[in-house]
Design a protein around this ligand. Structure first.
Ligand SMILES: *Cc1c(COP(=O)(O)O)cnc(C)c1O
Length: 465
């Protein structure tokens, strides 16, 4: 049996990694020369690396470890399920208890008549399901040409061909021959970067009305659905102005199109409610789920659809499915994760304790010389870095240069905070305590001060007079 142990020197692990492991969303040549940080263990909100450094993980992995690291219950449920029934499919007139129990639990938790779950192994697969699902739905209702899905620039919906086409990441669309046909993108409600002279309220309305304009231009008989994240995550934790979502809901109600809420990040407590749709007060016909569904302990995602869609789709054979749809081990882990979230009142902890405290400290970041706006919803937050707050100025350097400097200072200070362009973002485990938040802010301020010094030294910002 060959096992990689933690006892190999870091340099040897890094050399093997560089020689054989291609990392996602990375320039692997440069990364191989620099050497990736090797994470060996984790507990609560802290990671440990191969050098024994303890790192505060303010990203909860990739927005997913909602209950924190090191929960034995989840490991035990996985082991028990592996012994009992490690795998079976649900394709050919069969089912199994973990998939049944998880689907029923999700129907109970999801708002309104979102009562039916199609499982996948992650968010990308689930959004690919959604593309085929909404088009099949309209075809079954006699509208095969109602097949255009409207999404937003700078949205993130996954990395498969279908889901990346739905997404609006320019860098992704530049590679590999996407988007697929009949996906249309409107602009995002990012006031800081794109709001110009409008107030946030005016801008929110204007950006929402782009949906109506697109529907009228493309034709109501052509548009199948609109997909959006309640709060854009990977795009930089972009929180729409208050006027945006009510107008989007009005437009979706007026024209006969389906609303898909991509809840992959916002779901399972992240925004202080079970789902981001509840926080934004919208009524989706379909929700995409993954990430926090299992707190990242097992790969699982899915699409939750309403009664009417389930009934229409049920009228035909839907020729779609994944080997690991409803995987019994992943489903059992997800179910146990939901039990922990519910019984330990973690969503309430976010709403009543962690998020209010985090908000107060986060919004005070605008007093730092490097910080323009500070946005926060529940336990996801962002700051825009700027050389001049008053004019919402961008840095003279290529977008992302300053964010990268800041991210590196965080990394050096044992804090995982990500940059998206020149925005810094966090999405910490939901179990964060006020004491953890205090410690996090010690590291944030140290990192911002160091980044500011470096940015001034590089001539990208004036020193305070
Ligand atoms: C991460 C993410 C996805 C993709 O999920 P994977 O599990 O990585 O395939 C989809 N939508 C949103 C909003 C995400 O943040």
């Amino acid at each position: 049996m060959s096992t990689i142990t933690n006892h190999m020197p870091t340099a040897e692990l890094q050399a093997l990694d560089a020689a054989h492991h291609l990392h996602p969303f990375s320039a692997n040549g440069a990364l191989g020369k620099e050497g990736a940080r090797v994470i060996t263990r984790a507990k609560g909100v802290y990671l440990t690396d191969s050098e024994g450094e303890e790192i505060l993980d303010a990203m909860a992995g990739l927005w997913c470890v909602n209950v924190g690291y090191g929960r034995d219950e989840l490991a035990e449920v996985a082991a028990r399920q592996m012994r009992e029934l490690p795998y079976y499919n649900t394709f050919f007139k069969t089912t199994h208890v973990p998939a049944i129990a998880l689907a029923a639990k999700l129907a109970e938790l999801a708002p309104g008549d979102l009562n039916h779950v199609f499982f996948a192994a992650g968010g990308s697969e689930a959004n690919d399901t959604n593309i085929r699902l909404v088009r099949t739905y309209w075809a079954e209702k006699g509208h095969p040409n109602k097949n255009i899905i409207i999404s937003r620039h700078n949205a993130y919906h996954g990395s498969s061909v279908g889901s990346a086409s739905l997404g609006g990441m320019a860098g992704m669309h530049a590679q590999g021959g996407i988007p697929i046909p009949n996906i249309h993108h409107i602009n995002q409600p990012n006031w800081w970067a794109e709001g110009g002279d409008m107030t946030p309220e005016e801008f929110g309305l204007a950006r929402a009305r782009e949906l109506e304009e697109a529907i009228l231009e493309l034709g109501e008989d052509r548009v199948a659905a609109f997909i959006a994240e309640p709060v854009q995550g990977a795009g930089g934790v972009i929180v729409a102005p208050d006027t945006y979502w009510p107008e989007i809901q009005r437009i979706c109600d007026k024209y006969d199109i389906l609303l898909i809420a991509d809840e992959v990040i916002c779901g399972f407590g992240r925004t202080g409610n079970w789902f981001g749709s509840q926080t934004m007060n919208i009524r989706p016909h379909i929700m995409t789920i993954a990430k926090g569904l299992s707190s990242g302990y097992a790969p699982i995602g899915g699409s939750i659809v309403n009664d009417e869609i389930a009934e229409v789709i049920g009228g035909t054979e839907f020729n779609h499915g994944y080997t690991y749809s409803g995987h019994p081990v992943a489903a059992a882990v997800a179910l146990e994760n939901l039990r922990i979230l519910e019984e330990e009142k973690i969503v309430e902890h976010v709403r009543d304790v962690a998020a209010p405290y985090l908000k107060q400290k986060w919004e005070a970041l605008v007093d730092h010389p490097l910080v323009g706006e500070a946005k926060i919803v529940g336990m996801m937050a962002s700051i825009a870095l700027t050389p001049d707050k008053a004019s919402r100025a961008k840095f003279a350097s290529d977008p992302g240069t300053v964010g990268y400097i800041c991210r590196d200072r965080c990394f050096a200070n044992n804090l995982i905070m990500r940059h998206v362009g020149d925005r810094m973002i966090i999405s910490p485990p939901l179990i964060l305590t006020p004491a953890d938040i205090d410690e996090m802010f010690v590291r944030i301020y140290k990192s911002l001060d160091e980044a500011q010094a470096e940015i001034i030294a590089q001539g990208l910002m004036k020193a305070a007079s």
